[in-house]
Design a protein around this ligand. Structure first.
Ligand SMILES: C[S@@+](CC[C@H](N)C(=O)[O-])C[C@H]1O[C@@H](n2cnc3c(N)ncnc32)[C@H](O)[C@@H]1O
Length: 260
């Protein structure tokens, strides 16, 4: 199992509010997934579907969406939103599962991992097992779509030893009371990890938990794809398929990976 990231109940409460502040990224990503699922008519699996920011609109657009996530709290928010939108069969479409061990008794025409989530796999073994699992669950002729932020050498070199994030205030969705949250992080160059730690304050409660990510380079990701059995892919710098130019800074990338 990879290390815990979003399993804390607090993420399910605050994630959508955080993403509202990143609306441009969400819109870009949505454009990428919508455009590349247009010609897909079979079932689609979103790995780590979270609160359904992508799963629910794609379902409403007519795609046969399924999803899993390790966090019950994120899926609880997804379920609440789905019910508000009148989705009657949401329980049959989502489940609590892990990237490395998820199992379905069907294959999918497309599998997606939106919002940089591949970086939450914190070891090479977890990355390879996950990609092998995705390969096994893709139907022949299917495609695997994902967006990932590729590491930038300058960003890594110039990163401070410890990043002290600012405090944010979010609203508890049930009580309306403020939830205060901040992240403190540092890089672990030995293991290619970002060791973030999240602090939460709510009424008399205080909680903190790790949120570990692993940075990745373009060539490294391609090697992982090969190890999992993939042979063909295309990568882009924007959802509109502009070329992927790697510079010194972190680069957003969009991937279409094909299974023969
Ligand atoms: C950045 S959020 C993305 C959620 C959703 N896909 C979206 O784009 O809004 C990352 C999600 O990955 C889930 N996650 C992290 N590690 C996981 C694992 N090992 N297996 C399954 N889900 C995982 C978290 O619970 C969280 O919901």
């Amino acid at each position: 199992m990879s290390q815990p990231n979003y399993e804390s109940k607090w993420w399910g409460y605050i994630y959508d509010q955080m993403m509202e502040n990143l609306q441009e990224i969400v819109d870009n990503n949505m454009h990428f997934y919508q455009a590349n699922l247009q010609d897909v008519s079979g079932p689609v699996l979103e790995c780590a579907c979270g609160t359904g920011i992508f799963l629910l609109p794609l379902l409403a657009a007519g795609h046969d969406m399924h999803g899993f996530d390790i966090s019950r709290s994120m899926l609880a928010t997804l379920t609440r939103k789905a019910k508000e939108q009148g989705v009657a069969d949401i329980e049959q479409r989502i489940s609590v599962q892990d990237f490395q061990s998820f199992r379905y008794d069907q294959q999918f025409a497309a599998i997606t991992i939106p919002t940089n989530t591949f970086l939450m796999l914190t070891t090479q073994a977890a990355q390879i097992k996950t990609l092998q699992n995705i390969y096994a669950h893709l139907a022949p002729g299917g495609k695997f779509l994902l967006d990932i932020r590729l590491a930038g050498l300058r960003d890594l070199v110039e990163a401070p030893i410890e990043i002290q994030g600012q405090w944010y205030t979010w609203k508890h969705p049930e009580t309306g009371l403020p939830i205060r949250q901040r992240i403190v992080g540092r890089q672990d160059f030995n293991h290619q990890l970002t060791l973030d730690h999240c602090f939460i304050e709510y009424e008399a409660e205080a909680e903190d938990f790790p949120m570990t990510g692993r940075w990745i380079f373009k060539e490294e990701f391609q090697l992982l794809l090969r190890l999992a059995g993939f042979q063909h892919w295309a990568s882009f710098g924007t959802p509109a398929r502009d070329p992927l130019e790697i510079g010194l800074e972190e680069t957003r990338s969009y991937w279409i990976v094909y299974k023969e």
